[in-house]
Design a protein around this ligand. Structure first.
Ligand SMILES: [Zn+2]
Length: 289
């Protein structure tokens, strides 16, 4: 019952947010990450754009009403066609523009579960990935190797991290909410433990000069990701023993065990109450796994 209520509230807040938007006032800003690689920010998930001799490679596309603004921003970087577009996961603030772009003939690539969730969710054919993969996939274009790696059950069950090999840049999708509490979409196949594992594995595979485009929040780097990981691990260390005692969610909330982080990290998509509800219940339900 609790899970249902929470899902309902989240769905409601997401859709309210989408409908209440005054799209005309949203600006797409472009930040250069390194040569021929850019992060675009508007409303919704951060975009990644690689340009070069083989065309544009786009990561995620925010919401449908922003498609034309996004295309205008990309055209300022390159007049070439978008050769491939990639979805880091299925959420609407990262795939909302798929249908518009698909109708223009742009081909989407994503993990198998992105296809599954979008198609089962009723997305039209044009919004679906045309190529899907189950583990890893590499694009050889623009003089670099763009490697995508799937992690099962983290933010969702279809997350991919994109490594721009040769540029030392990665796009982490929503496995990284920079400077905010992360959202674990349990109904979408995500898990708290899986999220911790992605972040740890990513830290182990990058260096001090790696630049990181997070799903949400400012451009970051290994030091920024390490801070995020330390906070998540501390939260895990705080909540796990309480879960082992079997406290109810209401009792945990009264304890305010994450109070020291709420002010700094609870102002994004996850407010402190929703965050602890999702994470505590997910820890509690997976104690013996
Ligand atoms: Zn997401």
């Amino acid at each position: 019952m609790k899970t249902l209520t929470l899902t309902f509230i989240l769905a409601l807040s997401l859709s309210t947010n989408a409908f209440a938007q005054d799209w005309d006032n949203i600006e797409i800003t472009t930040q250069k990450v390194t040569d021929d690689l850019y992060m675009l920010v508007g409303e919704g998930g951060n975009l990644g754009v690689s340009i070069g001799e083989d065309g544009v490679f786009l990561i995620d596309d925010q919401y449908a009403p922003l498609t034309e603004k996004i295309l205008t921003a990309i055209r300022k970087l390159s007049t070439d066609e978008i050769h491939f577009a990639f979805n880091t996961h299925f959420h609407g603030d990262h795939t909302g523009g798929n249908e518009n772009l698909g109708k223009k003939g742009i081909e989407f690539v994503a993990h198998d579960n992105v296809y599954k969730r979008l198609s089962e969710g009723g997305s039209p054919k044009e919004a679906l990935p045309i190529i899907t993969f189950n583990d890893q996939l590499t694009f050889h274009m623009n003089g670099i190797h763009i490697k995508t790696k799937h992690y099962h059950s983290a933010h969702t069950d279809g997350d991919s991290i994109v490594y721009f090999e040769g540029k030392n840049v990665i796009h982490m999708g929503d496995t990284f909410f920079n400077e905010n509490y992360p959202y674990v979409d349990v109904d979408g196949g995500g898990s708290w433990k899986g999220l911790l594992a992605v972040v740890k594995d990513t830290i182990d595979n990058i260096d001090d000069n790696t630049k990181i485009i997070p799903g949400h929040g400012r451009l970051s780097d290994k030091a920024g990701l390490q801070v995020y990981y330390d906070v998540l691990m501390d939260i895990n260390h705080i909540l796990t023993p309480i879960a082992k005692q079997g406290l109810t969610l209401d009792a945990v909330k009264k304890l305010q065990p994450l109070k020291k982080y709420d002010g700094q990290y609870g102002n994004g998509f996850m407010n402190p109450d929703t965050f602890i509800s999702i994470v505590y219940m997910n820890i509690l339900n997976n104690l013996d796994k």
